[in-house]
Design a protein around this ligand. Sequence first.
Ligand SMILES: Nc1nc2c(ncn2[C@@H]2O[C@H](COP(=O)(O)OP(=O)(O)OP(=O)(O)O)[C@@H](O)[C@H]2O)c(=O)[nH]1
Ligand SMILES: [Mg+2]
Length: 440
Amino acid sequence: MERAFLVGAPRKGTADATKVDEHLDELRRLADTAGAEVVGRTYQRLEAPTPNLYLGQGKAEELKGILQEAGSTLVLFDEPLSPVQGSNLEKTLAVRVMDRTEVILDIFATRARSAEAKMQVELAQLEYLLPRLTRMWTHLSRIRGGIGLRGPGETQLETDRRAIRRKISILKKRLEDVADHRANQRRGRRDLPSAALVGYTNAGKSSLLRALSGDDIFVEDRLFATLDTLTREVDVGGGYRFRLTDTVGFIRKLPHHLVASFRATLEEARAADLLLHVIDASHPGWEEQVDVVETVLDEMGLYERGSGERGAVPTDRKRTVHVFNKADLLPDPAEFLARVRERYPHAVLASSIPHSAFRTPHLGGVEGLRSTLRTSAQALRPVARIRIPVENGKLLAALHRDSEVLAESQMDGVVEVTARVEAWLLGKLRREGVSVEIGS
Ligand SMILES: Nc1nc2c(ncn2[C@@H]2O[C@H](COP(=O)(O)OP(=O)(O)OP(=O)(O)O)[C@@H](O)[C@H]2O)c(=O)[nH]1
Ligand SMILES: [Mg+2]
C-alpha cells in the first residue's frame, strides 16, 4: 500500500482551522477510498499559489524532509495543480504527487461498473492526461529504470497525443449515442411524476431510495459508492407513484472534466419534475456541502441558487426539496428542523434507519419525505374538468380506473367529471375528441 501524505494549501482568509481540518479529513477519506494509507498531513496558508510549485520554495523543501521522515511515497495535494506545478513539485519533493482531481479520477476509474460510466471516466482521464503526458512518461521510464531508457523522444509523445485525441473524440461520439438512447427511453415513460435524488457524496441518496422502494440497493460508507443512475418506482401513498432516480454524488472541487463527461448521466436530473437535494444533516460541514451542490446544479442550468427559499420554478429550473437526512444522528431533530426551515421552508427531515430504531419517530424515517412526494404528485397531476357523453361508458370507466375522481355531475346527457388526471391520459382524452378543461 502506498504511504500517502496529505498536503493542504488554502488561500489566506478563506477557511478557519476547523474548515482546513475538515477539508483534509475529506481528502483522507478520498485517500482511503483510493486504497492509500495516510501517514501524515500538513498545510500552508498561501496569499496566492506560486506558478512554479503552488507552494513557496521554502515550504516545499521543508516538506521534502517531513516526507522522508514519515517514509512517505506519495503526496496527495488538496488543490488542483497545473501540469507545470505538478511536475516541478514532484522533482522538488522526489515522490509522486497526485492532486485532488487525479485522486477523484482514480476512484471513479476503479468504481465505474456500467459501460457508460467507464466511458465517462476514461474520457475525463484522457482529458486530464493530455497536457500532462510528458510527466506521465517520466513515471513510466522511472519504473522501467535504466539509463538510456529515460523517456521517449518528442516523436513518440506526438504520436501518443494524436492517439489520445482520437480516442477522446470516439468516446465523445459514443457517449452522445448512449445519451440519445436514454432520452428516447425517457420519452416513452412520461406518465409518472419523477424526481431525482441529488446531493453531496455519502449524504445517503441511495439509502433513501432503498428505504422508500424497499429494494436492495448498493450503499456503502465510502465516497462515490454510486456512479450510475438507477431508477425505481416508489409508492408514495394515496394511490400515487413516483419515479425516483439516484444519481452520482458531488464533492467540493469536483474536477470539471468529470462534471462535463457525467453530464449525460445528470440529464436524468434535468428530465425530472422535482429535485430532492439530500443533505447529511449530521455532517459539521453540511452548509458548505449544500453550497457545492447548488453551485454544480447552477452550472448545469438546473437550479437557481437561492430558489430554495422561494420555491419558485422558473422555466427549466427545478422545484427543489431539501431533504435533511441522517436525522437519527441529530441531538435535537425538532430544533434542527425549525432552524433550517427559516431558510428552506419546505425542508423535510429523513432517516434511512428504520422507524423502530428511531428516537422521535415522527421526525425520522422516510414518511415525511413520502408525504412530500405525495403532495407533489397531486400537484403534478393537474385537476381537469372533463365532459363525456353519458353513453360513452367505456371512457367513463377508464377515467374512474386511471385517475382520481373528485366530483361528478350529469346534465343533458353529458357527464362532467372533475378529476386529477395524468398527462398521458389527458392526451388520450383529447385525441378522442373529449372536451378537457384544466384547472379546478
Ligand atoms: N445514521 C445514518 N446513516 C445513514 C443514513 N443514510 C445513509 N447512511 C449511511 O451513510 C453512508 C452513505 O450512504 P449512501 O446511501 O451510500 O450515500 P450516497 O449519497 O448514495 O453516496 P454516494 O453514492 O457515494 O454519492 C452509508 O454508510 C449509509 O449507511 C441515515 O439516515 N442515518
Ligand atoms: Mg449512492
